[in-house]
Design a protein around this ligand. Sequence first.
Ligand code: ZN
Length: 240
Amino acid sequence: MALKKDAAVVLFSGGQDSSIALAFALERHARVFTIGFDYGQRHVVELEARAAVRREIASRFPRWALRLGEDALLPLDALGRISETALTRDIAYAVAESGLPNTFVPGRNLAFLVLAAAFAYRRGAGVLVGGMCETDYSGYPDCRAEALEAQVRALRLGMDADLTLETPLMRLTKAQSWMLAERLGGDPLVELIVEHSHSCYRGERATRRDWGYGCGACAACELRARGYHAYLAEKDRPGA
Ligand code: ZN
């Protein structure tokens, strides 16, 4: 099956990384769909952030609004039921014996890719785009390029379709991914992502900080704050 190389499906959670991946896809591709998964995350705020980021991008970037197509939010509660993690159960964030944080849902990105590929196939879209990042502090094995490339190869064979995967953030630090956002949409895009994307594991949106909303203490907030401040420091460097 021949799929369109100028049509993309973005794996979009409403977080910082997938929001930047969405902007990247909108800059590159003529038609862009988004897909997200509801697997019993404790925080409805994450799902609300998806709608807010899409809405704000469409209203502030008319050239992208023309390209932004339908959004699909698929229920995936099976994933939550087989995974006892801090994202889906009412337990505190911690680092498990495996060395991975207990927010890790085994194989999550691999499962997402299967469903995103089926969705893309049905819409004739040949490109999948995701915000996965190898340089993440947590080292989730299903964020690594090698695992994702193997999965996409399996999907190409299993669907007999010429799908490709773009992961623009794969080898970027968090500061570099903010710089990518700035290159794509200038300060307005950076501000939009700070204001509307969501990262905090505790689902806190009561307190606004310079890097966005969050508790300021969980691992996701720490990573986001550190990355944003490193970006600001880079930006202010003479000659940067
Ligand atoms: Zn937090």
